[in-house]
Design a protein around this ligand. Structure first.
Ligand SMILES: [Mg+2]
Length: 268
């Protein structure tokens, strides 16, 4: 689809954060202007990150520090998708959460009964406070029959000093130990799109998932009847697209380019 036509038909932009809006603690050039152009065009945006180690409130503070204040309704994480999935399909079931204290707080605030004993369900998240004891307990619970869920599938998380092991790596270890595979939530899965549509009221054809990863960000859109937009400010290079099974609906150099095109369209 033509670059401008894709922007014209998109009413809601669901933005990835790291590699798309900022790199580490540095906002990318043109990213704040993109948000202004979206608002000026009468369209909407929200942020979605697979990183379940931090709470939505922490992201709100981080973005505010970059001069981009957002409302709670404009930030969603794979932790939020997991909470919604549990409340929809497993209301009242007990959960052993292998996650960070901020994620535990989010689960408790949502009324999910957490237990340190044998639960109905084990949820594995991006636990940066992981210990051998927690890993071992998760394996024991799954071996004893608990359902195995994971907030997202990312194997590694990029940081300023290189990759660190993410949720998918923990799931691989648990999977090897127990012989069980998890059900993954977050991007690129249908539950994420359903949550966005439910909470915003947009129809899927008017929603674009924007990010720097083909297999998570872009795939969320193209695999689930929404749009998938690739930006080249993070992990993916233009030459990677040919080899990928996931074909973006549009490719832009950056959110900055998208913002400039939106601003041009407003003037013509
Ligand atoms: Mg990213």
């Amino acid at each position: 689809m033509d670059k401008k036509e894709l922007l014209r038909t998109t009413k809601l932009f669901v933005l990835d954060m790291d590699g798309t809006f900022y790199l580490g603690n540095r906002i990318l050039p043109g990213a704040a202007d993109f948000l202004r152009a979206v608002r000026a065009a009468g369209k909407e945006y929200l942020f979605f990150t697979n990183n379940s180690s931090r709470s939505p409130e922490e992201y709100i503070r981080k973005l505010a520090g970059m001069g981009c204040p957002i409302a709670r309704s404009q930030i969603m994480t794979s932790g939020d998708v997991t909470i919604r999935y549990l409340k929809t399909h497993f209301a009242g079931k007990t959960v052993y959460l292998m996650g960070t204290p901020p994620l535990e707080e989010s689960f408790r605030a949502a009324g999910i009964p957490l237990t340190q004993g044998q639960p109905d369900i084990v949820v594995v998240a991006f636990d940066t406070t992981l210990t051998y004891e927690k890993l071992s307990h998760a394996c024991t619970c799954i071996r004893n029959g608990a359902l195995f869920l994971a907030t997202h599938l990312d194997i590694n998380c990029p940081t300023e000093t290189g990759f660190i092991p993410d949720c998918g790596s923990f799931c691989a270890a648990i999977g090897l130990s127990t012989g069980k595979k998890p059900k993954y939530l977050g991007k690129p899965f249908a539950e994420t799109v359903e949550m966005v549509l439910d909470q915003t009221g947009f129809v899927r054809e008017s929603v674009a998932f924007v990010g720097d990863r083909l297999y998570t960000d872009v795939a969320t859109g193209v695999n689930n009847g929404a749009k998938g937009i690739l930006v080249l400010t993070g992990e993916t290079h233009l030459e990677d697209v040919g080899a990928s099974a996931v074909k973006p609906d549009g490719i832009y150099a950056s959110l900055g380019e998208m913002g400039e095109l939106l601003a041009q369209m407003a003037q013509s």
